[in-house]
Design a protein around this ligand. Structure first.
Ligand SMILES: NC(=O)c1ccc[n+]([C@@H]2O[C@H](COP(=O)([O-])OP(=O)(O)OC[C@H]3O[C@@H](n4cnc5c(N)ncnc54)[C@H](OP(=O)(O)O)[C@@H]3O)[C@@H](O)[C@H]2O)c1
Length: 316
């Protein structure tokens, strides 16, 4: 799914079956987006990859208490395929490794169709075989004990290898350190291991997932990394300080946060569409994550991008 210049590569972003969506009118697109001709979804360039403007976030896919099964996850990924979504965001901690494992199983037949971002650093328990059932309860215990960030440089290479194995991929397209303190970003050993993993072809892009602008800029300084995941909504720093991340390749999460001024019901009309499009219009954003666990909502959210995103979407 790299370097989509040839028509063949562009085809991976096309809808295999049409979603029940109206056809897009031709309107001018923003500077950082482009409309792919025909029935394909809009794609943007994130590092060396063409990614669909809408990506599927998987933090609820396999988490304890979500009530979701692997069959639900299969339906969700199937709908993502249908809608031309090619970007999946996960983390080793989601479902305490279950989300990565399910993604691995459900994309094993067409791994090159997908661009996968995963993260490491937050508490995760990964017991083998029959002990797996204890992974999520034990992770909760670690969280309950107040463990927030848990990554040591000496574990990092093995952590990447484990994610590769669970995801059944030869390479992770985007590898992110999950909500790190800035000391981790400034730890030379971490930077060296990430660079080595990239040289070895285990990962392609790397960076931080952080809501701290200072940490994102520190990663840029220490690692030269421009790929970052952060909250983008009308209340967030990235949403408000438009342009501060414009030179980054931003994966936008937590986009469904309505502006505080949306007091009455009329403001909330089409609110999901408006929040998704707002995030997509923020300079630097390459992919907007939806953390839905509903096939219907995923289709609605894909339909939000039927019209090209323009700067007017910033007026929310
Ligand atoms: N790196 C990090 O620290 C971090 C933090 C947060 C999130 N993330 C990533 O970002 C992804 C998305 O973030 P998020 O969890 O905050 O999700 P989100 O997409 O901002 O919000 C999800 C919520 O919105 C609802 N929703 C979505 N589309 C809807 C629609 N069309 N109509 C009505 N309700 C709708 C969902 O309900 P339904 O399930 O019913 O649709 C769910 O309650 C996560 O899955 C994860 O991959 C990363």
């Amino acid at each position: 799914m790299e370097v989509a210049r040839e028509p063949d590569t562009l085809r991976v972003l096309s809808k295999e079956r049409p979603c029940p969506l109206p056809s897009p009118p031709s309107a001018p697109s923003t500077r950082h987006s482009r409309r792919v001709a025909g029935p394909e979804v809009e794609s943007r360039r994130l590092g060396g990859f063409d990614v669909s403007i809408l990506g599927l976030g998987t933090s609820r896919l396999a988490s304890m208490g979500s009530g979701r099964s692997k069959r639900d996850a299969e339906a969700l990924l199937g709908a993502a395929r249908d809608c031309g979504v090619n970007f999946l965001d996960t983390a080793d901690t989601y479902g305490s490794t279950a989300a990565e494992r399910w993604i691995g199983e459900l994309t094993a037949s067409d791994p090159d169709r997908w661009v996968v971002a995963t993260k490491t650093g937050l508490p995760t328990v990964d017991l083998p075989g029959p002990f797996r059932l204890a992974n999520q309860p034990l992770k909760k215990v670690r969280q309950f004990r107040g463990q927030a960030f848990a990554l040591e440089a000496k574990q990092l290479r093995r952590t990447i290898e484990r994610s590769l194995r669970r995801l059944r991929r030869e390479r992770i397209e985007v590898f992110l350190i999950h909500l790190p303190p800035v000391s981790i970003v400034n730890d030379d050993e971490i930077g060296d291991i990430l660079q080595d993993a990239r040289s070895a072809g285990m990962i392609a892009e790397f960076g931080v997932s952080s809501n701290e602008t200072a940490t994102i800029h520190a990663a840029h300084q220490a690692w030269g990394s421009v790929c970052t995941e952060t909250q983008v909504n009308a209340n967030s720093d990235a949403g408000n300080a438009l342009g501060s991340l414009s030179s980054f390749d931003v994966i936008a999460n937590h986009v469904m946060a309505p502006p505080a001024r949306w007091a009455d019901a009329s403001d909330r009309r089409d609110s999901h569409v408006r929040m998704l499009r707002f995030a997509a219009a923020v300079p630097g954003v390459k992919v907007v994550l939806t953390g839905t666990s509903s096939v219907g909502h995923l289709r609605q959210n894909a339909a939000a991008f039927d019209d090209p995103v323009t700067e007017s979407d910033l007026i929310i």
